[in-house]
Structures are given as structure tokens and as C-alpha cells.
Design a protein around this ligand. Structure first.
Ligand SMILES: [Zn+2]
Length: 321
């Protein structure tokens, strides 16, 4: 499926900087919710403020989790909130050959191994923190040519014991990750043969030349792992901007959990009687992102609000929200 934004030509009004490429990368596991819309808005604003490109990547690699119709619903919602993307929508599931190439490249580090421990095993043995048993006991490295032929009922993990435990976030500043949970080895290819999140995200961001990653703070823990892969691949790491999560606020249940309401529910649920418009939803998100809300904005349509903030957005305000 290929779909271009209806307002694809908008970016042509401004010279698009080849240097700045951001993205929004939703999973098609349901409708957009407030948390994902906030990540979309922030990533759009930070890219457009620099006249950069804003790409959409659908992270549909795990077909079992995909909810039919959600890609269309997500894209329609983005357009209805005035967020128009550059280039064609990119589908992660179509990039598996590249994922394979990248994991073979990583395997040259000698840090990949097979792990057949179940979640239950790890829970019983070491309270859910992986103790690197398979790495230590078997001492068997998976080479580039063994990626597809290793023990079929095992995941491919990477030795993260020499990995990063900190990075500099553009919004949250210095971030450290020193707990055993944060420093454990992680999966690059699942036992069901599907490339794991950390591998696919890094491979796709490299493939799409993404150099600025804006996303929710729930992904913070993944960032040192992803940086580790960039280093092994000898690629330049993107700059990271992790935005604060949306939590319960003024009768609106806005959590990032799977029980979080879709935007359509939010639009109708507030105050039970009063219907909240898309413009009001958008202004709540800009408020959450620390931006100044002028009273005149309330009468604008979503795209007019977006255009106002392309001129008036200030990333530095996010930390104060
Ligand atoms: Zn294991």
C-alpha cells in the first residue's frame, strides 16, 4: 500500500533541509491515542521548525499484533489534526531484507548468541532480570552465516555487558541507566523468527537517514541499547528528544497504556456532555508540551494551529511542562 499525504506539497513551500530528518513511527495496533498524537506533534514541530523532513514509518513487523484498519485510521487521524508527512509512508515489514543485512553485520562483533530460556525460567532464576546464562554457559557465538540456522527454538541475544549506560537527551539532559534490568542482554531476533524492536528500529532509522528521534519517555530505556547497535555498526547516532508522557489529567484518562482511549473517545468523553473538538485536543497537547497557549488559538482549525506553532514553537519549553 502506498499512500501520500493529501497535503504532501506543503513542505515544498519551504526548502526542505537534507540535514534534518525526523519521523513518527506508530505500530498499527489500534487507533492513535493522546500519547501517540503528542509524540507525532512534537516530532513534527521539531522537524518543521528546522525546515526538515517529517517521515511516517508504520512499525508493522509483528503481523500477529496488527489490528486491521488501524493504519488507515492512524493516517486519517494525523491528517485531520493537520499533520502532513513528507515522502511515502514507509512500512517496516517491507524492509526485512535490510534487517537481515544489519543483523549479519552486527554478528561480526562476535557478541550474538542463542538463548532458549523462557520468560518463566528467567523469572524463577533471577526475578525477571536475565542472568546471561546461555552466554556464560555455552560460550557459543552466533556468526553472520548462522543467523538463520541457529537452534530454531531460541532467540538471538546480544551481549550488552559492555554497552552504554548513559546518553545525553536533548530535552531531559544526561540520562543514566545502571540497574541490572537496564543493563541486561537484549533480543535482536525473537524465537519466532521476527526481528526484535531494537534491531528493526535502528536498522530502519539508518535506512531512512533519520538523524533526530523524537518519542515518548517510555522508550528512554531502549536508547542506550540502540546507541550500542549504532556503535557496533559504526553509524552516527541520532539526537534524541524524549517527551514527557501524558498521564491522567482533568477527568481525561490519557495514559499510554493499551487501555488508553483512542482520540475519538477523548473527543467525546470529556465532561460527558461537552464534546471536545480536535482543535481543543491539539491545544491540550501543545499545553502538555509546555508551549504558550494564546486565547485566540481556540477559534482556529487544527491545521491553522499547527501552522501557528511552526512559527512559534520552542523546544526548550518542553522540559518545563
Ligand atoms: Zn538464555
Amino acid at each position: 500500500m502506498s499512500r501520500k499525504s493529501l497535503k504532501h506539497n506543503i513542505s515544498k513551500q519551504n526548502p526542505v533541509s537534507a540535514q534534518w530528518i525526523g519521523r513518527f513511527a506508530p505500530s498499527p495496533t489500534g487507533s492513535l491515542h493522546m500519547g501517540s498524537l503528542a509524540a507525532a506533534v512534537a516530532s513534527y514541530m521539531i522537524a518543521k521548525k528546522q525546515q526538515g523532513k517529517w517521515l511516517i514509518r508504520i512499525e508493522d513487523i509483528d503481523k500477529q499484533r496488527e489490528v486491521i484498519g488501524s493504519v488507515d485510521s492512524i493516517l486519517t487521524d494525523l491528517e485531520s489534526y493537520g499533520l502532513f508527512w513528507d515522502d511515502e509512508v514507509f512500512y517496516q515489514s517491507k524492509n526485512e531484507q535490510w534487517h537481515q543485512h544489519v543483523i549479519e553485520d552486527i554478528a561480526k562483533s562476535g557478541w550474538l548468541y542463542a538463548c532458549d530460556c523462557s520468560r518463566k525460567d528467567i523469572l524463577e532464576r533471577s526475578e525477571g532480570v536475565y542472568d546471561a546464562k546461555c552466554r556464560v554457559s555455552s560460550n557459543k557465538v552466533i556468526t553472520s552465516t548462522e543467523i538463520n540456522s541457529h537452534c530454531p527454538d531460541a532467540a538471538i541475544k546480544i551481549n550488552f555487558s559492555h554497552g552504554h549506560d548513559h546518553f545525553e537527551d536533548q530535552i531531559l539532559n544526561e540520562q543514566s541507566f545502571t540497574s541490572a534490568m537496564q543493563k541486561q542482554d537484549f533480543i535482536l531476533k525473537r524465537r519466532d523468527g521476527i526481528f526484535a524492536y531494537q534491531l528493526a528500529v535502528v536498522a530502519d532509522d539508518i535506512h531512512q537517514n533519520i538523524n533526530h528521534v523524537v518519542r515518548g519517555a517510555d522508550i528512554l530505556d531502549s536508547t542506550p541499547k540502540q546507541n550500542f547497535l549504532y556503535d557496533i555498526l559504526e553509524k552516527t547516532k541520532p539526537s534524541y528528544y524524549h517527551i514527557p508522557l501524558i498521564t491522567d489529567d482533568k477527568n481525561l484518562k490519557l495514559s499510554k497504556s493499551i487501555n488508553s482511549p483512542s482520540l475519538k473517545q477523548v473527543e467525546y468523553l470529556q465532561d460527558q456532555k461537552k464534546v471536545i473538538t480536535k482543535s481543543e485536543v491539539l491545544l491540550k497537547i501543545f499545553e502538555h508540551l509546555g508551549q504558550k497557549i494564546e486565547s485566540s488559538l481556540h477559534s482556529l482549525k487544527p491545521r491553522e494551529i499547527i501552522e501557528y506553532y511552526i512559527d512559534n514553537w520552542d523546544t526548550k519549553l518542553i522540559i518545563n511542562s
